[in-house]
Design a binder for this molecule. Structure first.
Ligand code: OAD
Length: 229
C-alpha cells in the first residue's frame, strides 16, 4: 500500500496546453460538459460525441508533459511503490513524463471500450471512422472515458490506498466532482495528512490541513524537492 497518494486533475495539465473543464466560460472546448460527457449525450448523438473525443485524442500529439508531471515521476523514481498517482485526467501526460504507478479513474483517451464485449483496448485512431473491436469484431466502440452517471475505474484499489496512506495531496482539481472530491475527507478519516496544491482555493480547500496556491508547474516541483530532500 502506498504511503503517499496524489490525486491530480485538469489543472496539472493546464500548463501543457490541455484546457481544464471548468474554464471561465463554463465550457469544455466550447461544449457544455453534459452534452459530451454523459451516456445520454452519446445515445442521442454518437457522431458528435465520437468526433469530440477524436479531436481531444488527436490533440494529445500536440502537447508535452510539464514540470509538475515530471516532478511526480521523479518522486516515483525516489520512493517507488510508496507513491500512487490517481488521476481524473484522460490524457497520457503522467505516463509520458515517466510515471508508472498511475490509476486513470475517469478512463483514458488512448483506449476504446467495446459496448458489445466490454473489453478495453489501446486505441489511437478516430472512433468516428467506426473501426471494429479488435477483440470481438463488433462495430460498437466508444471512448473509454467515464461519463457522469458511470462508476469510476478501480474505486476499490483507490479506497484501500486512501485508507492506508500517510499523506494525501491533491493537485489541480476543482473539487467539484465526486467521488474524487471526497477523497480528502476519506484520507483524513483514516489519519492521513492532507495538502492541496492548486492555482486557487478549490471547493474542497477547507478540508485540507494545508493549502498552497499557485501554478502546479511551480508548486509540485517545490513540494517534491522538499519531500525528497
Ligand atoms: P476542473 O476544470 O474542474 O478544475 C481544474 C482546477 O485546476 C481548477 O480548480 C483550477 O483553478 C486549477 N488550475 C488551473 N490551472 C492550474 C495550474 N496551472 N496549476 C494548478 N492548478 C490549476 O478540472 P477537474 O477538477 O479535473 O470528469 O475536473 C474533474 C472532473 O470533471 C473531470 O475529470 C471530468 C470533469 O467533468 C469526467 O469527465 C467524468
Amino acid at each position: 500500500m502506498p504511503r503517499i497518494v496524489v490525486l491530480t486533475g485538469a489543472g496539472i495539465s493546464a500548463e501543457s496546453g490541455v484546457p481544464t473543464f471548468r474554464g471561465p466560460d463554463g465550457l469544455w472546448e466550447g461544449h457544455r460538459v453534459e452534452d459530451v460527457a454523459t451516456p445520454e449525450a452519446f445515445d442521442a448523438d454518437p457522431e458528435t460525441v465520437q468526433r469530440f473525443y477524436d479531436a481531444r485524442r488527436a490533440a494529445l500529439t500536440t502537447v508535452e508533459p510539464n514540470r509538475a508531471h515530471r516532478a511526480l515521476a521523479e518522486l516515483e523514481a525516489a520512493v517507488g511503490d510508496d507513491l500512487l498517482v490517481v488521476t481524473q485526467n484522460i490524457d497520457d501526460l503522467h505516463e509520458r513524463a515517466g510515471s508508472q504507478r498511475v490509476v486513470h479513474m475517469h478512463g483514458e483517451l488512448l483506449s476504446a471500450l467495446c459496448r458489445a464485449c466490454g473489453r478495453r483496448t489501446p486505441f489511437r485512431g478516430a472512433l468516428s471512422d467506426h473501426p471494429p473491436c479488435p477483440v470481438c469484431g463488433a462495430v460498437d466502440l466508444r471512448p473509454d472515458v467515464v461519463w457522469f452517471g458511470e462508476v469510476p475505474y478501480r474505486m476499490q484499489d483507490i479506497q484501500q490506498a486512501l485508507a492506508s496512506c500517510e499523506l494525501f495531496v491533491s493537485v489541480g482539481t476543482s473539487g467539484a466532482v465526486y467521488p474524487a472530491a471526497g477523497f480528502v475527507q476519506l484520507a483524513r478519516v483514516y489519519g492521513a495528512r492532507t495538502l492541496e496544491l492548486n492555482l486557487e482555493p478549490s471547493e474542497g480547500s477547507p478540508y485540507f490541513h494545508e493549502a498552497r496556491h499557485g501554478p502546479a508547474g511551480l508548486l509540485v516541483p517545490d513540494w517534491v524537492s522538499q519531500l525528497v530532500d
